[in-house]
Design a protein around this ligand. Structure first.
Ligand code: ARG
Length: 469
């Protein structure tokens, strides 16, 4: 850390004064390094300072400090913020965390008045306030990024309402669908992700300050005023809960993990589809890389890494759940482990959403390859359903068509080469309209129930989504 070794003697002493308490000897430097959160929570400096400014204003409002003191403190806090913003702040690991770093520097700048900043406050409620402020703000960005991805995919879907492709179960060709229908499946998933992020944001936007270390304070503070000042609509209802719960962070980590899982499945499909074996899509050069040894290669690295980094998001969720499990109320230092997990999921999720959104308009889909793959005996269910309409029980129809398909496949006969006479050998119920069913286009057009792949149904959903996104 810059400045770690160069902490001034005055700073050392200021720090010692903040925490002296009942200790006669200083902590071992390696213990200090191991337990410090400053290397990562300095990312919260703006939120920490804004929280302190709101706190100072409230302290003046309830006359715990004078308005002159408040002005002095606020000016000092702004000066610390500027130093941090411009990178000239001298961070020292001896400060432990961002809260101590700010307060130590404030003392150097404004003198004794700084001693009043921490009135009716603990780092326990302060740390959770900072994370709540930070997450609330970051989630807005995540929600917009999710919306941008959905828009980008929606635009591609609009062009492929009639692009027929095979749908798969067990990764075996199953029944024809359209590419638009397949894309919209992900748009639905990301839509639910977006809702989960919005709910995680509401969970974060509850104001914990005033909980103190664990049992609030005897001083006549005004928590609602701080909440208003910081734009929160509610304050936490129990001081023990306020300092020891991290469910709001877990709700974000869970929503983030799930969204990454969706991105990972999408990436995996594009990786498969871009292989020579599928040949459904051509990846843009700007999103791929070559091989150092094999000149012909074009590797889908971005997609592979979205898939792989999903592991981080899953691990981060697990890590914080494990931190909480078995933790007695109220605050414990274990809780300090929440922040890096939240940062890491954010730093993984945001670029994954943004890059995937950028990738979509540049994908080139091979309509003809997809259409061909959708033909063949992926149409067998259509024939069975034809028989059902003619009164044949589904199980019997299934058996008839299974026999028909088995024999046709063995003889290498494609459905569109079947004649009525051949069909009639399997069931007298087959009529000439049955032949028309043996095209993928007809097949998807007939699947027009709500949620089905028929162009009419997909267009209806597209219109709803366009309005909603
Ligand atoms: N650095 C801690 C955290 O990030 C806040 C300090 C909590 N209080 C304490 N006495 N250790 O959660």
């Amino acid at each position: 850390m810059p400045g770690a070794k160069t902490m001034s003697a005055a700073a050392q002493e200021a720090k010692a004064n903040l925490l002296r308490g009942r200790f006669a000897r200083a902590r071992l430097p390696e213990v200090e390094a191991f337990t410090a959160s400053l290397p990562f929570d300095r990312r919260l400096y703006r939120h920490d300072i804004h929280g302190s400014v709101a706190h100072v204003r409230m302290l003046a409002k309830v006359r715990l400090i004078s308005s002159a003191e408040a002005a002095r403190l606020e000016k000092g806090l702004r000066a610390v913020e500027r130093e941090m913003e411009t990178g000239c702040f001298r961070f020292s690991v001896a400060d432990e965390d961002i809260h101590m770093a700010v307060e130590r520097r404030l003392g150097e700048l404004v003198g004794a008045a700084a001693g009043k900043l921490h009135t009716a406050r603990s780092r326990n409620d302060q740390a959770v306030l900072d994370l709540r402020l930070f997450l609330g703000e970051e989630l807005e960005g995540v929600i917009s990024a999710t919306r941008r991805l959905r828009r980008s995919m929606l635009k591609v879907a609009e062009r492929h309402v009639d692009t027929v492709m095979p749908g798969y179960t067990h990764l075996q060709r199953a029944q024809p669908v359209s590419l638009a229908h397949h894309i919209l499946a992900y748009v639905e998933m990301f839509g639910r992700d977006q809702e989960r992020f919005a709910r995680a944001r509401s969970a974060a936007r509850v104001m914990p300050l005033g909980a103190g270390a664990l049992a609030a304070t005897t001083l006549p503070i005004d928590r609602q005023a701080v909440a208003r000042e910081l734009g929160f609509s509610a304050v936490t209802a129990n001081s023990l809960d306020a300092v020891s719960d991290r469910d709001f962070a877990i709700e974000f980590l869970a929503a983030g993990a799930l969204c990454m899982v969706h991105l990972s499945r999408l990436s995996e499909e594009l990786i498969l589809w871009s292989s020579t074996e599928f040949g459904f899509v051509v990846l843009p050069d700007e999103f791929s890389s070559g091989s150092s040894m094999m000149p012909q290669k074009k590797n889908p690295d971005l997609l592979e890494l979205v898939r792989a980094k999903t592991g981080r998001a899953l691990g981060n969720l697990q890590a914080v759940l494990v931190v909480l499990k078995g933790l007695p109320l109220a605050y414990n230092s274990d809780l300090q482990e929440d922040k890096e997990r939240v940062f890491d999921t954010l730093d993984t999720l945001k670029p994954a959403l943004e890059l995937t959104a950028k990738l979509w308009p540049r994908l080139r889909f091979e309509r003809e390859v997809m259409r061909k793959a959708a033909g063949g005996w992926a149409l067998a269910t259509d024939l069975a359903e034809y028989l059902v309409r003619r009164g044949v029980p589904f199980r019997a129809a299934h058996e008839t068509v299974a026999r028909l398909a088995r024999e046709a496949i063995a003889e290498g006969r494609e459905p569109d080469k079947m004649t009525l006479a051949q069909l009639k050998r399997y069931s007298p119920r087959f009529g000439s309209e049955a032949l028309a069913r043996l095209s993928p286009g007809t097949s998807i057009r007939a699947r027009k129930v709500i949620g089905g792949p028929a162009p009419a149904a997909v267009k209806r959903r597209l219109a709803q989504l366009k309005k909603a996104i």
